[in-house]
Write a protein that binds this ligand. Structure first.
Ligand SMILES: [Ca+2]
Length: 185
């Protein structure tokens, strides 16, 4: 066997074993015990489910939030956060997703955040690229401590009484995951 043929075979093997998808699961939402809240937070949903056995219903009232510690800490190899969200109907509601970098209490919280206007019906895979997030203070994509869904009191979220969304299958996506989604693989 010539050296060049050996090299070709080696490259073929390496290409074959390279994983196509390397998304990292943040939460499959089948069990909600890791999510904390003093306002109600997530409610277990077993009828409208995108993945696995369960999902999380999130009521769109001001002050509602659900926060999860223990998410992957270093997001530097990922370009986007993917969240499946079901909306009963397109409405005026807006909720927020934030991703926090741990800081001492003196320094205040540093976090990335993004607004989510609920303007569709049914399931939709929402993909938030790192660039889609705004930053408050000095958040660090490689040093993340929690993920939060919230309707804050500061005016940029909009409550819709009695309305809710269902959230499922939260993942971090690499550039190759995004490429695969773009080409429908
Ligand atoms: Ca699930």
């Amino acid at each position: 066997m010539t050296i060049s043929r050996s090299l070709t075979l080696l490259i073929l093997c390496l290409t074959t074993i390279r994983p196509v998808h390397s998304a990292e699961k943040v939460d499959d939402m089948d069990f909600l015990s890791e999510w904390k809240s003093q306002s109600g937070g997530f409610v277990e949903e077993t009828e409208i489910v995108k993945q696995g056995d369960g999902a999380a219903r999130f009521l769109l009232f001001n002050g509602n939030y659900a926060v999860r510690e223990g998410v992957p800490g270093d997001w530097s190899e990922f370009d986007a956060l993917s969240v499946w969200v079901y909306a009963e109907e397109a409405g005026e509601g807006v909720f927020g997703i934030s991703v926090t970098t741990p800081k001492s209490p003196d320094e205040g919280w540093s976090y990335f955040y993004v607004k989510v206007p609920v303007d569709w019906e049914g399931w939709r895979q929402l993909i938030f690229h790192k660039e889609d997030f705004k930053g408050s203070r000095d958040p660090d994509w490689s040093n993340i401590s929690n993920l939060q869904f919230a309707l804050m009191w500061n005016g940029w979220t909009v409550e819709v009484p009695d309305a809710s969304v269902v959230i499922d299958d939260i993942e971090l996506l690499t550039p190759s995951d995004l490429e695969s989604l773009e080409f429908g693989n």
